[in-house]
Write a new protein. Sequence first.
Length: 64
Amino acid sequence: MELRLPVLNWIGPYTPALGSQLWERYALEQLEEAQLLELIVKALIQQREGFRNCKYDGQNKPEG
């Protein structure tokens, strides 16, 4: 199983494209349900750490 984080890629000056980036990979049969929930929470925290305040509107947004 792969846990992926959403990313924003720019394919042109005004053309954003949504994508994903591998965060971690696990053997699903080796994970317990509680571990899976914990990993999802960790991935969400890591994603939030990549957010920054926009210099134009001050909102907390993902980099890019």
